[in-house]
Design a protein around this ligand. Structure first.
Ligand code: G3H
Ligand code: 13P
Ligand code: NA
Ligand code: ZN
Length: 328
């Protein structure tokens, strides 16, 4: 059944687990997420970005998620809009039937320009008023995703600040977070702790200086009732980088957010963990390997099946590690 984000995250907080929020663009990702959830008895958050709506078309995406709900009626599913750039964008998603929306007022309508606190409060508060009237949950974001080393958001396309960020924007301030939640009434709050979108998060395995789990603890201590959200939380599995590079790819050395650091965050109020890049890496590695090993194959179902299996293994591992398994 389709449920709201608030319902799911309240349950997660009560039972001390986190929920991976996987981005969905196509049938193979949707199947991977649902089959993994089915096999581990996990509730699901699927999220669609603006890029996903552009790729698949909003009606196809909507029906892909509704098809998942129909095929797996025993699994609770949150249909979430990732990184909405304005109240109007969120309104369209609510009309489409999303049960949760993100109003990312940390950036402007272009998804690139860092905005000030007053703007963020204004657009988020307006979105909450509209969404709550429809029983839809809202995720807000305070602070800007980006590397604590370079100050860069680290993504060329999609959502991410352009240019160098202010050090003050890279770590969410606990006092400001408390004020923001009170002023807006958001159901969940995305925070900045040194992660960024995409595969190039850290040039070396992160330490406390580049990934601040400490900041999560400080925010959680100040606003213990607020459900915290980690963006840019792919772990960038070294084994998938190796498969990609063995079979013709060229991805330079790079590191993601270790699963054990996310698990530490979950002990301190993190309830939603956004993962997109890991499924992209697994899918690409599996397709490259399949085609290299089966050069005479030309039925896309064959290599897409390999893609689905690889993504499904990542989903299962996250449901198990984050404690989501067994809570459907
Ligand atoms: O916000 C970042 C997500 O990974 C979505 O990426 O805009 O390329 O679909 P996308
Ligand atoms: P990754 O790029 O680390 O998978 O993050 C995805 C994300 O935060 C989507 O909003
Ligand atoms: Na989101
Ligand atoms: Zn994000």
């Amino acid at each position: 059944a389709l449920i709201s984000m608030r319902q799911l995250l309240d349950h997660a907080a009560e039972h001390g687990y986190g929920v991976p929020a996987f981005n969905v663009n196509n049938l193979e990702q949707m199947r991977a997420i649902m089959e993994a959830a089915d096999e581990t008895d996990s509730p699901v958050i699927v999220q669609a970005s603006a890029g996903a709506r552009k790729y698949a078309g909003a009606p196809f995406l909507r029906h892909l998620i509704l098809a998942a709900v129909e095929e797996f009626p025993h699994i609770p599913v949150v249909m979430h809009q990732d990184h909405g750039t304005s109240p109007a964008v969120c309104q369209r998603s609510i009309q489409l039937g999303f049960s949760s929306v993100m109003m990312d007022g940390s950036l402007g309508e272009d998804g690139k320009t860092p905005m000030d606190y007053a703007y963020n409060v204004d657009v988020t508060r307006r979105t909450v008023a509209m969404a709550h009237a429809c029983g839809v949950s809202v995720e807000g974001e305070l602070g800007c995703l980006g590397s604590l080393e370079t100050g860069m958001a680290g993504e060329e396309d999609g959502i991410g600040a352009e240019g160098k960020l202010d050090p003050g924007q890279l770590l969410t301030d606990p006092e400001e977070a408390a004020d923001f939640v009170k002023a807006t009434g958001v159901d969940a709050l995305a925070i900045a702790i040194g992660t960024s979108h995409g595969a190039y998060k850290f040039t070396k395995p992160p330490t406390g200086d580049t990934l601040s789990i400490q900041r999560i603890k400080e925010i959680h201590a100040r606003i213990p009732e607020t459900h915290l959200v980690m963006h840019g939380s792919s772990s960038v599995p070294q084994e998938w980088l190796a498969v990609i590079n063995t079979f013709g790819g060229a991805i330079p050395e790079t590191y993601g957010v270790p699963v054990e650091e996310i698990v530490e965050g979950i002990k301190h109020g993190v309830r939603k963990v956004n993962v997109d890049t890991d499924l992209r890496l697994a899918s690409t590695g599996a397709v490259r390997r399949f085609l290299a090993e089966h050069p005479a194959e030309f039925d896309p179902r064959k290599f897409l099946k390999a893609s689905t299996a690889a993504m499904k293994a990542i989903c299962k591992a996250r449901y198990e590690a984050f404690g989501t398994a067994g809570h459907a």
